[in-house]
Write a protein that binds this ligand. Sequence first.
Ligand SMILES: [Zn+2]
Length: 243
Amino acid sequence: MPHLFCHDHPETLILETTVLDARPGKVLLARSPFYPGGGGQPPDRGVLRWQGGEASVTGFEYASDKLWHLLASTLEPSGTVEASVDPDFRRTMRQLHTDTHILNALIYQAFDGALVTGVQMYEDGTARMDFDVPGADNDRIRALEAPINEIIAGDVAVTFGYVPLEVAQAQHGLIRSRSVAPPPTPDGLIRIVEIVGLDRQACGGTHLTGTGGSPPLRILKVDNKGRHNRRVRIGLVGSPAAG
Ligand SMILES: [Zn+2]
């Protein structure tokens, strides 16, 4: 995965940039504010605008490490364009993504370093996380809702940095799972996201800069998925599923 602008600037949703290449239905930009998806976070959506035209951005594809923006139009923009991320969608994803780290941290602490086996966030303000927690009491998982909300209410700072891949691999718990850890950057670095004082882990998604940017969270459901795995469904308060 190339280094993404949105990693360093998750709040910058509109960028003026130039078209490097265009084909019917897709375009390559010099810079992009979009998150192309990965690690359980769905891709951003949004719009490109240029003199005399605009087109919705519907998806992304990598070719030779270059990020193509897929357009809902066969127009081929050129020159200067304004790339604009859907702000509501990005906000929901940053909230959910940050909250999955809080849940992950508390499960990791409460269940002896239990690892994530899968995660998926949804547009409706809910997410599911799967954990490898053999024999876990589901009531103990449900009881994490209160401490999660204390951390949200405490508006704990969320920061990021980069460490060499070997360092990340050597430090237990930094890479929680193959399914959520980002591939290294071309120069061999892994992005580490920290909820200060609570959790550090490798991640390539978009997060809040403080946990207080999230509404309170509900644990909606805990399901057994086989003897080892628990599936935890969470939802942001205010989303249809969480009320
Ligand atoms: Zn993350």
